[in-house]
Ligand binder design. Structure first.
Ligand SMILES: [Zn+2]
Length: 386
């Protein structure tokens, strides 16, 4: 099958930490302190740990918004994955990344590894942005000839904050500042009004639907059927291991169907071939990658699935729909046997060809402890609700 495209991604260092918190508190308690304490080496090992789990689950391309992009690019080059990288840009007082950081990363790494690595402009989200920053982000993207990756309308709290801060809903602000467009991937979009869906459609903005992250953080259920009916290109993402906690896109595919069927009491929604298309072709299209389908002339981003197991039994010979059904509803990442990215075998019969997997896991564990020490937070704190 074509490789899966994880359309909204963050390399992750921590996981299973502050798992009980809603989005806003989670960001303040966990996510921002960790990424502020991140050093280049920790980012490198975190990226290798993240990308290796993704490859094992059949992912060939990630749309990764994180920090220390040079380290991420080195990790992507080493393991062989295709990566679109964006900084976590916010206004200065939040001590995350700046547009200058993003521009530096673009100049250093855009087009590296035989074009497998691209750099786009990343905006964290509107509570940490100003209208001027959004306009500047669009100007920089245009100047560099690259795209934009942004979180929009993820939670009700974000929408309320936007109304108070800007007098408008998040996607309306992004539209007014020129952020939206056919080179923009907007993540989440859980709470879109009809007007905002129309703005996404008008600007041909791509949306990453991340149903399992949205469910875990208690953010709600995106209006996927309405987005698709409007003709918006929607791909699928796991978001981040901190808020998922799995990078298995088979699991995300199943969520992307079941959550809507349950919420609307309608078993006809999100049928397997449509879900697979979102996880492959739609994501590739949104990232400008000439892949996502198995046909001559496309990039060789290919996954070999082992069907000799219970997940794919029974299997009607020659019946594609039966295979699609198993892939979306029955399988998980453990069915992935071999992964080929850009024509190169990076994972062969369940073994990595480019990295020492055990070393990656050890170093990622050490990096997390180092970052926690720097944050001055005991590792045992904040793991469960008191
Ligand atoms: Zn995200």
């Amino acid at each position: 099958m074509p490789g899966l495209v994880d359309f909204h991604y963050h390399t992750a260092l921590g996981k299973g930490y502050s798992d009980h918190l809603p989005l806003w508190e989670y960001l303040q308690t966990c996510w921002y302190p960790i990424i502020r304490a991140l050093d280049p080496e920790a980012a490198y090992w975190a990226a290798l740990a993240s990308y290796s789990e993704s490859i094992k689950c059949g992912v060939t391309a990630v749309n990764d918004m994180y920090r220390q992009l040079e380290s991420l690019a080195d990790a992507a080059e080493k393991i062989g994955i295709r990566a679109v990288l964006a900084n976590d840009v916010a206004t200065d007082e939040h001590e995350l990344d700046t547009l200058a950081d993003n521009e530096r990363a673009f100049k250093a790494k855009h087009g590296a590894a035989n074009g497998r690595i691209k750099v786009v402009v990343g905006i964290e989200w509107l509570p940490l942005a100003s209208e001027q920053l959004l306009r500047d982000a669009r100007a920089l993207a245009n100047q560099l000839g690259t795209g934009i990756h942004i979180h929009l309308n993820e939670s009700l709290g974000e929408v309320e904050s936007s109304k108070q801060k800007f007098g408008r809903r998040p996607t309306e602000v992004a539209y007014d500042c020129g952020v939206l467009g056919p080179d923009c991937v907007a993540a989440h979009c859980v709470w879109l009004s009809d007007t905002e869906i129309a703005l996404m459609r008008e600007t041909r903005t791509h949306i990453s639907h991340n149903p399992s992250s949205n469910a875990k953080l208690g953010n709600g259920i995106a209006r996927l059927p309405e987005m698709l009916a409007a003709g918006i290109n929607v791909g699928l993402g796991h978001d981040a291991a901190e808020c998922n906690n799995s990078r298995d896109m088979f699991e995300v595919m199943k969520f992307a169907s079941l959550i809507h069927r349950a919420a609307r009491v309608d078993a006809s929604l999100q049928q397997a071939p449509d879900v697979l298309r979102m996880a492959t072709r739609n994501g590739a299209k949104g990232l400008g990658i000439d892949a996502g389908e198995l046909s001559p002339g496309k990039k060789a981003d290919v996954v070999i699935i082992n069907t000799q197991n219970q997940m794919f039994t029974p299997l009607m010979p020659g019946n594609k729909d039966h295979v699609y059904s198993h892939l979306v509803f029955a399988a998980n990442g453990s069915c992935v046997e071999t992964v080929i990215i850009d024509g190169r075998v990076v994972y062969k019969e369940r073994e990595f060809t480019m990295i020492d997997e055990r070393e990656v896991l050890e170093q990622a564990n050490l990096a997390f402890r180092r970052v926690l020490d720097r944050m001055n937070v005991p590792a045992a704190r904040a793991v469960r609700r008191e």
